[in-house]
Design a protein around this ligand. Structure first.
Ligand code: UGA
Length: 532
């Protein structure tokens, strides 16, 4: 049997476009009489003899788009779809609708190799893939429960539109039982065609801002399956990554040596749980560091020094111990909430996770207390917020601590100016009354205070001497502990950060009787150049 990859056909014949929409071209083994004299008796639209598959990705958000683009770069033929027609239009026109380092380059090479296409019609994508990745949002409802309506709707569409067997893979950002829910809905809608479908859960562990790197250099790939064949197919999809047979778009063939990628096969509910447990554990770790910061502030210790030394123990690890404004983004806040709800639904009170959540919420109040303490009243004060994205290297402002800070500042009558390398457009849609500046120095002109909310490199290297000349008052509240206390002190800034005790509070530790007032009020314990 002659086998071809459609996009590899000779003489520029684009059989893929011909096929697309007319048949289930990814599995059709379409016998095209018109061409058979030319290319042999059978055109099998799927390649054989290698691990290249026809893959569809439903949902072109941070998870879906990175997954689709990277799988195409890894050699698969990919069709991506999204209900957001504007997003698909941008992608079809060659653009990149989200900011994610390296994603533009990966998409460009996938387009050049004609391995990726974008469809507004989900039916087209559903029919196209042997394997369908479901990468839609499963947000939390107000009561904390996950909202599975998008997954349920998709299951119905897949059941209605599929014309051939599919491996349907759940890979949403917050998969509270998402794999299990997908399976339940799909089989309910499939009725007599249930044997068309196999379902798998393949949780993602990509960080926004480092997603492409994480995709190509994963620590582990988890395949939650119900049958061995699904695990085999998932392994085939990721084979070039597991076996390191890809051209790395980031390190150009010189990837830093990393550990072997472990391909972990579990059942679906365990895979879902692995994702929850991992994200929630990291969130716990951050909140732990933040409580530690509170203690440090009280007793005059430096949380960065303490966590650094803790992290040297490989059982603890250095990552996710950075104290400050706390965690944001779509994943951790939703995931923690959903895991608490999931545990409650089976009679388990996940008290430590509840504590982590409330510690995280307190960060905003602590930050605002520092601002209020320094400025007195906020009304009519000009406050500059440096950083809007929930973390560096992304334009994502969902559940960003910065936006909470802005909301409170505005409620208390402050005039807010803001700067962020990528997050301004999305924030503007929520807070049009804020004045936005591409240049952070311009944002600080005439300001009574600056609050650093995101750990962008740009804010680590600001010329504070210059900024100090532009500000009305040299006051900085550093929500990400980016600056050296000493350096800010040398520039005569009032500088407040999180969990980095002052010599004043150290004195209080050494002589608690003589300076009791410092113990009562955390804001008295924060470091100010004046206090020192
Ligand atoms: C997180 C996980 O790290 C990924 O493994 C997972 O795939 C992803 O969620 C997901 O579930 O989709 P992400 O939310 O993109 O990734 O970003 P992180 O780097 O984990 O940071 C989350 C938040 O924690 C950010 O607001 C960050 O500023 C904060 N953070 C992180 C800290 O406050 N301290 C730290 O030490 C580390």
């Amino acid at each position: 049997m002659a086998t071809f990859i459609c996009s590899d056909l000779p003489l520029g014949i684009d059989l893929q476009s011909w096929c697309n929409g007319r048949c289930d071209y990814f599995e059709c083994k379409c016998r095209i009489a018109a061409w058979s004299w030319f290319i042999g008796p059978t055109v099998d639209c799927r390649s054989s003899g290698d691990n290249r598959l026809r893959v569809s990705v439903i949902g072109c958000g941070h998870v879906g788009l990175v997954t689709g683009a990277c799988l195409a770069a890894a050699g698969h033929q990919v069709v991506c779809t999204d209900t957001n027609a504007a997003r698909i239009a941008v992608l079809t026109a060659g653009g990149v609708p989200i900011y994610e380092p390296h994603l533009g380059a990966v998409l460009r090479s996938a387009r050049k190799a004609r391995r990726i296409s974008f469809a507004t019609n989900p039916a087209e994508a559903i029919r196209a893939g042997e394997a369908i990745f479901v990468c839609v949002e499963t947000p939390a409802r107000e009561n904390g429960e996950a909202d599975f309506s998008a997954i349920d709707h998709l299951a119905l569409q897949i059941a209605q539109e599929a014309r051939s067997p599919k491996l349907v893979i759940e890979k949403s950002a917050v998969p509270t039982r998402a794999g299990a829910e997908l399976r339940r809905s799909l089989f309910a809608y499939a009725n007599s065609r249930a044997n068309y479908f196999r379902v798998a859960s393949n949780p993602e562990f990509m960080r926004e801002g480092a997603a492409v790197s994480d995709f190509f250099h994963p620590d582990r790939i988890v395949a939650g399956v119900e049958e061995q064949s699904a695990a085999t197919d998932l392994r085939a999809i990721y084979s070039s990554i597991i076996e390191r047979r890809f051209t790395c778009p980031i390190h150009a063939g010189n990837c830093p040596s990393t550990r072997e990628v472990e391909f972990v096969v579990t059942d679906i509910k365990e895979a879902d749980l692995i994702k929850h447990a991992s994200d929630s554990f990291l969130a716990l770790k951050i909140s732990y560091a933040n409580v530690l910061a509170d203690i440090c502030e009280k007793i005059g210790a430096d949380v960065d020094r303490v966590t650094r030394a803790m992290g040297l123990d490989p059982r603890i690890g250095a990552q996710f111990l950075k104290a400050g404004l706390g965690f944001g983004g779509f994943c951790f806040p939703n995931d923690v909430q959903a895991f608490i709800e999931l545990s409650a639904s089976v009679g388990i009170d996940f008290a430590i996770l509840k504590a982590a959540e409330s510690v995280n919420k307190e960060r905003i109040s602590l930050c605002l207390d520092k601002v209020r303490k320094a400025l007195g009243v906020l009304k009519d004060k000009r406050v500059t917020v440096l950083g809007l994205a929930f973390k560096a290297d992304t334009d994502d402002v969902r559940f960003s601590p910065a936006l909470e800070v802005i909301r409170h500042l505005l409620e208390e009558g402050a005039e807010v100016r803001a700067s962020d390398p990528e997050g301004m457009a999305r924030t503007k849609a929520k807070f049009p009354q804020v004045s936005y500046h591409t240049d952070p120095y311009e944002a600080m002109r005439g300001a009574d205070a600056a609050i650093i909310c995101t750990d962008w490199d740009l804010f680590k290297t600001l010329d504070w001497r210059h900024a100090g000349k532009l500000m009305v008052r040299k006051l900085v509240i550093d929500g990400r502990n980016l600056n050296s206390h000493q350096a800010m002190q040398d520039l005569e800034f009032e500088y407040y950060s999180f969990g980095r005790g002052t010599s004043a509070s150290r004195a209080q530790l050494e002589n608690p009787v003589e300076t009791p007032a410092l113990v009562e009020d955390p804001c008295d314990a924060v470091e100010t150049a004046k206090a020192i």
